[in-house]
Design a protein around this ligand. Structure first.
Ligand code: PGA
Length: 260
């Protein structure tokens, strides 16, 4: 296996449906300031669609990536309310969160849709940040591994071994999102290893080594170390705590320290 240090840690901010343009721009500027001297960590900020442009402007000239929270797979068409990969590229997005459990739960997104969206993201050279994870009822029924395997397979089917676009998969147990509960570091590591194995078996050993696996679900400055200390976990997808520049910067700095 590739030494973990070869995978650059990645911390992703998912602002969800928070912030109109003014406060979004302000938060982005605060984050940029708070991360001014950070090195060796990749960071993406995923604001709501209406704030992509202003946040992109605030990130201009920094190494930090602009990302979207969802997208439609088609480049254009009669899909009312949807946003296409070409539109995301047009406002400067470099990555996109796909298959978030809130999209699955509230908007009926299926594994089939995930397959189409991931393929489309790759073909448009947008880095997909694919979310997988089990609900509490599924965990209690002992279905975590089967379900996560299914979701990862859906994400990578058809991607093949040739993609030059990096792949990121976030393990987010649904019962840990916004609840203050988290998986243990050990359990996050175990599922991350499973995810890596599924990617390797579908897309080849090199892809399995290269895929960055993040943990998500109630990540905060005071618990991030537990996850970053795990050999299979390469970073975090952060919701609530990413709305506070100081808390988010503390998480990014923990990633910087973990790899130095
Ligand atoms: P949370 O959200 O950090 O607020 O739990 C994480 C996510 O849903 O991506």
């Amino acid at each position: 296996m590739m030494p973990r240090s070869r995978r650059v840690p990645f911390i992703v901010a998912n602002w969800k449906m928070h912030k109109t343009r003014g406060p979004a721009e302000q938060l982005a500027r605060d984050v940029v300031r708070a991360l001014a001297d950070v090195r060796g960590v990749d960071v993406a900020i995923c604001p709501p669609a209406t704030a992509l442009e202003v946040v992109g402007r605030a990130l201009a000239g920094t190494p930090w990536l602009l990302g979207a929270q969802t997208m439609h797979e088609e480049a254009h068409g009669a899909f009312t309310g949807e946003i296409s990969p070409t539109m995301l590229l047009d406002v400067g997005c470099r990555c996109v969160i796909l298959g978030h459990s809130e999209r699955r739960q509230w908007y009926g997104e299926t594994d089939e849709a995930l397959t189409r969206k991931v393929r489309s993201a790759f073909s448009h050279r947008l880095m997909p940040i694919v979310c997988v994870g089990e609900r509490l009822i599924e965990r209690e029924a002992g279905q975590t591994d089967v379900l996560v395997t299914q979701q990862v397979e859906a994400a990578v089917v058809g991607v093949g071994e040739q993609s030059e676009v990096p792949l990121v998969i976030a393990y987010e147990p649904v019962w840990a999102i916004g609840t203050g509960r988290t998986a243990t570091g050990e359990e996050a590591n175990r599922v991350a290893a499973l995810i890596r194995w599924v990617v390797a078996s579908r897309c080849g050993a090199a892809a399995g080594d290269a895929v960055r696996v993040l943990y998500g679900g109630s990540v905060k400055p005071d618990n991030i170390k537990e996850f970053l200390g795990q050999p299979e976990v390469d970073g975090a997808l952060v919701g609530g705590a990413s709305l506070d520049a100081a808390a988010f910067a503390a998480i990014v700095r923990a990633a910087e320290r973990a790899r130095s």
